[in-house]
Design a protein around this ligand. Structure first.
Ligand code: LLP
Length: 436
């Protein structure tokens, strides 16, 4: 468990995980995502008390990251056919082991996903009653013995860092509504399916109090299902620091709450109940940094702008949620091109990107209100590093304004490994066809 409970982020840095930023830029260009492998492993180890750590790969699904967590004993969830294929491409076997290596967890099956889970025998976590019937019918049609299924329950309340990431309550599309659980137990039986697990994920980046509320709801739901249960999953949503002074989550207290819930259920049912957790952000957010170059600095009335070669095509969290990411400046190599030497004063700046859209601002609050940040004085050619960009960052990138997807680099064993080449123009237009 981490011992430091508050976090601070420096506004000026020159290296990432022991690699000079100027060297990384010289080798890989900008914008580039860099991930510190040791930090991911550290976060994995924080969660060792849980029986199963199942990585929500949607947070950062590069094959190299999946391979890294797999080698450290982490299992994986998949929310789409593409994520099932990714998990297998990264070395996860679809079946075998004490706990299923891959679980498909979603609110729907598209046709490809249903075919894949049936073909490979991948267990499912159903977020809609319809999935129960569709899976039961598909397994019968394929003449396969169905596996135990798990149900994702929406307990009727939720929490998230933004309305868009709140995953519980009536305003959320996620999970099986708690009042329909009894009906789903019947549906499962009609399809000859056994419910072996329950899952709840009520929100992302949420606080401990709300996370702990779920335990009571889980216990209630478990009694509706009864002694066929062999596992419960606390879902994801473990918070991680993004701002100076953010407290680290008290993992020991969090585990204790879930452990006590699991133990009460084990006693009631006379079964061992395994305890899963399904973090995305917690494992990768802190490991990632987006390195960009400052390409223009301009004064607009009373506002000073640093404009980067990275935009919301690379990192969409600020424009989508008003999310805050720490930022640091790194002088360009040897300070060439930089008029400012070592001692840099802080000043209020607005940080934006290159896109032809006024919302392309990294310093904004939810609702799109532009705000400023105290950052060191800088010059064109200096680098700006956006921190805590290892989760929901590169994966949410797009080709808006015909910008290629950024490169990704894994810093591991004192080496910088490219784990995704910067997309080329030819790759970007590869599927496009002008009708003859
Ligand atoms: N399990 C389920 C079923 C989920 O829906 C999610 C996240 C997780 C686990 C992992 O949650 P985490 O531990 O990463 O908070 N794009 C948003 C976050 C969307 C989360 C969606 N589901 C963001 O950038 O904050």
């Amino acid at each position: 468990m981490p011992t430091d409970t508050t976090t601070s982020f420096p506004t000026q840095i020159d290296s990432l995980a022991g690699h000079a930023i100027a060297d990384l830029v010289a080798e890989f260009g900008t914008p580039t995502f860099c991930y510190d492998a040791d930090k991911i492993v550290e976060r994995v180890n924080d969660l060792a008390a849980f029986d199963v750590v199942r990585y929500a790969q949607k947070a950062a699904s590069n094959l190299a990251i999946l391979d890294l967590v797999r080698r450290h004993g982490v299992l994986v969830d998949a929310v789409s056919a593409g994520e099932i294929r990714r998990a297998m491409a990264a070395g996860y076997q679809p079946t075998g082991g004490e706990h299923p290596p891959i679980v498909y967890t979603a609110d729907i099956f598209d046709r490809e996903a249903l075919e894949l889970v049936v073909e490979h025998g991948i267990p499912i976590n159903c977020g809609s009653p319809d999935m129960i019937d569709q899976y039961g019918e598909a397994m019968k049609a394929a003449d396969k013995t169905p596996l135990g299924i798990t149900l994702r329950i929406n307990p009727g309340f939720g929490h998230g860092h933004s309305q868009k990431t709140n995953t519980g309550g009536e305003q959320s599309k996620h999970g099986i509504w708690h009042e329909q659980l009894a009906d789903c137990v019947t549906r499962a039986a009609e399809n000859d399916l056994i419910i072996t697990g329950l899952h709840m994920h009520i929100g992302s980046g949420t606080d401990m109090e709300h996370l702990s509320q779920v335990c009571g709801a889980m216990e209630q739901a478990a009694h509706v299902v009864g002694p066929t249960l062999t596992s419960i999953s606390a879902g994801g949503g473990l918070p991680t620091p993004y701002r100076d002074g953010d407290q680290r989550v008290d993992l020991a207290a969090y585990f204790d709450l879930w452990d006590a819930t699991r133990n009460r259920l084990a006693t009631a049912f006379g079964n061992h109940i395994s305890l899963e957790i399904e973090p995305g952000r917690y494992l990768t957010a802190e490991s990632g940094s987006l390195i960009a170059e400052i390409r223009a600095i301009k004064q607009m009335g009373s506002n000073l702008y640093y404009l980067l070669d990275a935009g919301f095509n690379d990192l969409a969290r600020p424009i989508l949620y008003g999310a805050y990411h720490p930022m640091s400046i790194c002088p360009a190599a040897g300070d060439e091109g930089s008029e400012i030497k070592s001692e840099r004063k802080l000043q209020d700046v607005i940080v934006g990107g290159p896109l032809c859209e006024s919302g392309d601002i990294f310093t904004q609050e939810e609702g799109g209100f532009v705000c400023s940040r105290q950052l060191p004085e800088a010059a064109v050619g200096d680098y700006l590093i956006i921190g805590c960009a290892g989760a929901y960052s590169s994966v949410m990138g797009s080709n808006y304004n015909s910008k290629p997807l950024a490169a990704e680099v894994l810093l591991q064993d004192s080496k910088a490994h490219v784990i995704r080449q910067r997309q080329t123009f030819e790759e970007m237009i590869a599927g496009e066809i002008i009708p003859k």
